[in-house]
Design a protein around this ligand. Structure first.
Ligand SMILES: Nc1ncnc2c1ncn2[C@@H]1O[C@H](COP(=O)(O)OP(=O)(O)OP(=O)(O)O)[C@@H](O)[C@H]1O
Length: 226
C-alpha cells in the first residue's frame, strides 16, 4: 500500500494497490519463479519429499519447525536470487565481471542454504532412526501414495508443452492422493505444506499454458494481466 504522504509512483500499478492486490502480485511472483527457474522447480519437488517424510514420521515440534523453516528459507533465497538476476539483466545486457559476481554470489547463497538443509534433514533422520525403524507400515504407505503424488507434481511443473487434460489429470490425481495421505498423517503442518505445494504446482502449470497460448496468438503478457 502506498503512503498517502508520498508522491504517487511513476508507474502506477495496473492491478490495484490494496492488500489483496499485494497478495496477488506476490503470488504472481512466486508462480513466475516456479515457471521460469529450473532450480525453483527442483526445490519444489524436494520440498514435497520433505513434506512426505514429515507427514509420515512422528517428529518433535523443534524438528518440524526446523525443517519447515529450512524449506521456506530455500524458497525465499531462490526467489530473491531470481529477483537479483532480473535486476542485473535490467542493468546490463552484455558480459560484465560485476554482473557475473553478483549473480554467482546470489546463486551461492541458495546453494549454501540447500546444502545446509540436506545436512539438517539427514541429521534429523539419523537422530530419529529408532522412530524410522518403528514406522514401517506408515513409511510403506507414504511410499505407495507419495511416489505417484510426487510424479503428479513433477509433471505439473515440467517445462514441456502438453495437452490441458494431462495437467488436469495430474492435478486431480494429486488432490486424490493428497486426501488419502491426509487421512493418516503424522503431522497436519507437513500435510498442509504438501497441499500448498500441489496448489503452487497446479498454478504454475496453468500459467505455463497461458503463456504458451499467448505466444501462439502473439498477445502481450502485460495486456492480459491488466
Ligand atoms: N551479464 C553477465 N555478465 C557476466 N556473466 C554473466 C552475466 N549474466 C550471467 N552471467 C553468468 O552466467 C551465470 C548464469 O546466469 P543466468 O542469468 O543464466 O542465471 P541462471 O542460469 O538462471 O542461474 P541460476 O542457476 O542461478 O538460476 C551467472 O551465474 C553468471 O556466472
Amino acid at each position: 500500500m502506498n503512503d498517502p504522504a508520498l508522491p504517487p509512483p511513476r508507474f502506477p500499478s495496473r492491478g490495484g494497490s490494496g492488500l489483496l492486490a499485494s497478495f496477488r502480485y506476490a503470488w504472481t511472483g512466486l508462480i513466475h519463479t516456479v515457471v521460469h527457474q529450473r532450480n525453483m522447480r527442483v526445490h519444489l519437488v524436494s520440498a514435497v519429499l520433505v513434506g512426505l517424510v514429515g507427514s509420515g514420521i512422528w517428529l518433535g515440534l523443534a524438528e518440524k519447525v526446523t525443517l519447515i523453516f529450512c524449506v521456506m528459507l530455500i524458497f525465499f533465497a531462490e526467489i530473491l536470487n531470481s529477483a537479483l538476476e532480473h535486476l542485473v539483466d535490467l542493468a546490463i545486457q552484455q558480459f560484465d565481471e560485476k554482473a557475473r559476481l553478483a549473480k554467482d554470489a546470489a546463486a551461492a547463497g541458495v546453494m549454501v542454504l540447500a546444502l545446509g538443509t540436506v545436512v539438517i534433514f539427514a541429521a534429523l533422520l539419523v537422530h530419529n532412526w529408532e522412530t524410522v525403524l518403528n514406522s514401517g507400515p506408515q513409511i510403506a504407505r507414504q511410499v505407495v501414495l507419495g511416489v505417484p503424488f510426487t510424479a503428479c507434481i513433477t509433471l505439473l511443473v515440467l517445462p514441456r508443452a502438453r495437452p490441458a487434460w494431462v495437467d488436469g489429470l495430474a492435478f486431480v490425481g494429486g488432490v486424490v492422493l493428497m486426501v488419502l495421505l491426509a487421512m493418516r498423517t503424522a503431522s497436519s503442518v507437513f500435510t498442509a505444506l504438501t497441499a500448498g505445494l500441489l496448489v503452487v504446482a497446479g498454478a504454475a502449470a496453468r500459467e505455463r499454458r497461458r503463456m504458451l497460448g499467448q505466444k501462439k496468438t502473439g498477445a502481450s503478457p502485460v495486456s492480459h494481466r491488466a
